[in-house]
Design a protein around this ligand. Structure first.
Ligand SMILES: [Cu+2]
Length: 122
């Protein structure tokens, strides 16, 4: 009987593990420049690393600068097993606060989006 109990517990644990896996959408894990950071050097690209692989066709990031002015960015690409979205910044960033608005489709078919800011120091 204790053996059966052990098996039942194991089955339950595995089920819970799979269930939480299914709800693991692509969340932003880290970014460069980092969220809420202040950088001295204007970045030439944005790197957004997610918790899951991405579908490039339906993933992107929009960069806006001081006064909500849109900043020109190049075509994004995926790195690190498709978990990092790299977006080249086409113009030199002047000092100020910038906001990155991202939207991604993860390989499990779920869409997520969010935003964060960073500051370029004078
Ligand atoms: Cu998901």
């Amino acid at each position: 009987m204790p053996q059966i109990k052990k098996l039942a517990f194991l089955a339950l644990t595995v089920t819970v593990a799979f269930a939480s896996q299914a709800f693991a959408h692509a969340h932003l894990k880290s970014a460069a420049p980092a969220s809420e950071s202040t950088v001295k050097q204007a970045p030439s690209e944005l790197d957004l690393t997610f918790t899951e692989g991405l579908n490039l066709k339906f993933s992107g990031a929009k960069l806006t600068g001081p006064g909500k002015a849109a900043v020109k960015t190049g075509k994004g690409s995926l790195m690190d097993g498709d978990m990092t979205l790299m977006v080249p910044v086409s113009q030199k960033l002047t000092p100020g606060k910038y906001t990155v608005e991202w939207h991604v489709l993860s390989t499990d078919g779920h869409k997520t989006n969010g935003s964060y800011s960073f500051t370029v120091a004078p």
